[in-house]
Design a protein around this ligand. Structure first.
Ligand SMILES: [Zn+2]
Length: 300
């Protein structure tokens, strides 16, 4: 046996040892992945199906996603109807009984979240994709604590032997959020009540937490692309409300916001809706660092 093949075997042994007993988590989005990594620490390996610069409502299913779900011990979904178009099909194709809805390895991260914009009746007739309430709740950092609690509960169900480890990490996550919240609130305080237009209705939790005022959306309804009559309406609103900025996300085209900006002089800003939207956003904390820096600069 050559030196090279011996060292390869050694590496293989180390790799299998490190991975033995590791809880494999698959999340639908990168925000869930980041929080799962913070709670799970070195006891878990986590992969996300969607990237941070992808629209989480619309993800093309790939066979590789099914393969990772087949091997997963825990599945974490944002829930409501955020991933309705893709994740239930992937989950059932995996045939992994450990992570199906209702099984110990299934985590709906929305459990216990105080939902906003819950319609009186679920109705998809007009193409609306927020029929159970607004599903973009991870954009309030305090909801991050609820997500973390739900993930810890899931981990403790599938790996009860490490319960105290997960509980300690959870408490560390809670205190980090509390410390950062003070910093974020201080930075945002001068911009309370600032009027904003958003492309898609995905900022209501962020808006509520930081006392902003989203006047309207480029989309006439969530998931329906901007129409000429919506642009006319938005241009009027920008002028009459002294709107300072239109916020969008990496996966929307700027052509319609460009029209409004040209007509009114309003600023355009692409914010990050998820971890990994831009290279500097490595975790759930830097997601808010980035957005708050960008937004306060634009509103200054
Ligand atoms: Zn949405």
């Amino acid at each position: 046996m050559t030196k090279k093949s011996i060292s390869f075997l050694l590496l293989l042994c180390i790799y299998s040892f490190v991975n033995a007993g590791t809880i494999k988590i698959v999340t639908t989005t990168t925000d869930m992945k980041s929080i799962a990594e913070l709670v799970g620490g070195n006891k878990v390996s986590v992969s996300s199906i969607a990237t941070g610069y992808q629209n989480p409502h619309f993800v093309d299913p790939k066979p590789s996603y099914i393969i990772s779900l087949t091997k997963a011990d825990l599945f974490v979904t944002v829930g409501l109807d955020l991933e309705t178009g893709w994740s239930p099909q992937l989950l059932s194709s995996s045939r992994n009984t450990k992570i199906q809805k209702g099984a110990p390895g299934y985590v709906d991260a929305s459990a216990g979240v105080n939902l906003l914009q819950v319609p009186s009746a679920a109705n998809r007739a007009e193409g609306d994709i927020h029929i159970f309430g607004n599903p973009h709740y991870w954009l309030d950092p305090l909801n991050g604590k609820i997500i973390a609690r739900n993930i810890a509960n899931g981990l403790e169900r599938v790996d009860p032997g490490n319960k105290s480890f997960y509980e300690t990490n959870l408490q560390t996550f809670f205190s980090r959020i509390d410390i950062k919240m003070k910093e974020w609130q201080t930075k945002m305080a001068p911009y309370k009540g600032s009027k904003i237009i958003a492309y898609h209705n995905e900022w209501v939790y962020f808006e509520t937490r930081f006392s902003l005022q989203i006047v309207d959306f480029m989309e006439p309804k969530p998931g329906i692309p901007p129409t000429p009559s919506q642009l006319v309406k938005v241009i009027k609103e920008v002028k009459s409300n002294n709107v300072k900025v239109i916020i969008s996300s990496p996966y929307f085209t700027t052509s319609s916001s460009d029209v409004v900006a040209k007509q009114t002089g309003v600023k355009e800003l692409t914010m990050a809706t998820s971890v990994g939207a831009f290279d500097s956003i490595k975790d759930y904390f830097s997601l808010f660092d980035y957005n708050i820096d960008q937004l306060t600069t634009a509103l200054r």
